[in-house]
Design a protein around this ligand. Sequence first.
Ligand SMILES: [Zn+2]
Ligand SMILES: [Zn+2]
Length: 276
Amino acid sequence: MTNPAHANGRIPFDYHVHSNLSCDSKATMAEMSRAALEKGIREIAFTEHFDPKPEDICAGFYDPARYFESLEAARREFALLGLTIRAGVEVGEYHRYRDVIQPVIDAWPYDLVLGSLHWSGEDNIFDVAFYRAHAAEEIMPRYFAEMIEMVRDGGFDVLAHADVVKRAAFSVYGRFDDCDWEDAIRPVWQACIETGIGIEINTSGLRLSVAEAHPGLDALRWYREMGGELLTIGSDSHRPDQVGSGLAAGLDMARQAGFTRVCTFERRQVAGWVEI
Ligand SMILES: [Zn+2]
Ligand SMILES: [Zn+2]
């Protein structure tokens, strides 16, 4: 790790990519891999949804054996073309379904485990009705408090899309200002730093009406100021045209927040750093 690679203006990797091994994507791994290469991206991680909550649309869909079979085929096909494919997974509510999740994570050779919060208690955070029924002052602190609980409980490497709650909330509450929720967000970063869990810049919000990455710039700056170092970046793409989307803007944001590098993962360890 003494000689960090340099991205030289290129997108170093896209560490949040879905394929049809997730319930909500129709794209094959080959299609997503080809799209990455076409955009000059040489490293991706397929981070399929593993959402055990029975009410989740993806519940019961995740199949690690099928995933690794498909991943190995994609690795064989694309290694010669210069694409490194990492074995990832996006786990929902790890802290609530550890008995189901942990055996799977332990049994398979993952490079990167993302931890996500898609539910706040029994409420689906992508359901606009949730925001219509409650005030932001009630929802936001509760959401981030559960996120802290999830981080402290651990089991994953990188906290995914930390403030994704602002996505569906946008149509009800309007713009999400990080500074309004600073007291709720900083403890999330504190928990990440203390447990050695990294965070990602997830650029999917840039494609939506909220028009911001997750997290936003102010919150990302706090993480850096507080001593947060572990940072990855991902498009959360579910279609080939979304692979790598917004990552150049996301890297700009990382630089503005004070970051000079992002980290790569292999077999659930930080494998190296790429200067940005
Ligand atoms: Zn997610
Ligand atoms: Zn995702």
